[in-house]
Design a protein. Sequence first.
Lengths: 186, 186
Amino acid sequence: MNEVIQNILTRRSVRSFKEEQISDENLNILLEVAKYAPSGMGRQGWHFTVVQNKDKMEKLISIIKEQMLNSSEERFKKMGGNPDFNPFYNAPTVIITAYDKTAATIEADCAVALENIFLAAHSLHISSCWIHILAYFGNDPKVRSVLTEFGVPEDYVVSGSAVLGYNNNPLPDAAPRKEGIVNIVK
Amino acid sequence: MNEVIQNILTRRSVRSFKEEQISDENLNILLEVAKYAPSGMGRQGWHFTVVQNKDKMEKLISIIKEQMLNSSEERFKKMGGNPDFNPFYNAPTVIITAYDKTAATIEADCAVALENIFLAAHSLHISSCWIHILAYFGNDPKVRSVLTEFGVPEDYVVSGSAVLGYNNNPLPDAAPRKEGIVNIVK
């Protein structure tokens, strides 16, 4: 098994991070691999906003939680009202994707760009988790105004995000993989 | 630069394939890495249908092209009417993803599973291309009935697909990457 395959199979989602920040050098590598993801018709209609400032991160978290608390969905309401809940799991770096809505397939394109980030991060011993909360609340006007302030282009749709940092605990085991999900027509 | 990052940066989309089939051993590795992609809430609501039978592949291609010809979109009509057009670029293997529509985020999950396939394939010197045509025509009743015959679960939504094989020509250079698509908040 080569390193690439080994790296895919051993990547895990991590939800507890140390305070230690990732280096600028590593951040630049992660942004570079994101740009090398495939995209529909080669449109590259994505945008990446990196948040590493603690105060600004807290501002964003607090506005997201306020909107969660106002949600009609019980699970969001519960998380929004929990003082210990942090949608970014206290990770020191968050990368937020957004996409040009005129390009077809681009939500999927943002997802594969994130997967490149997760895989390259793992190869650099940086842990990560895919966070979907902004796909639900990122286009809410109050959250959106903070994101616009952070540089997310105004006419772009906010999509998934990656949290990145060093894990507090050993990497968890993989959840069992679902069986019976492949059919081969020979 | 480690092998994982090198592999991400050197992967290319390929649109011309040799007849030579990939080995079952390699196919199994590609399906295994797909299952190790992250998925929203760990739902793994994906399904993979592999088509390697030439006659069945041709049947699928012919029905897709018939529907393209009936499309109201000029670009699809033109491709559907072109006798040389093959939506799978004559690749000997196609992997079609479909997803359980009750699971949120799952279209993105199928996309990241495909990215794992593309990256692992490249590490095994197998070329690939992400094909979106089934995201447009895969749920059309005529195309769908062929896919159901191939084993795509009836209540699943057809999503993107991967074509796989050995490239006929040297790997192309990467298209220039878009600039001005990153903002860092320190």
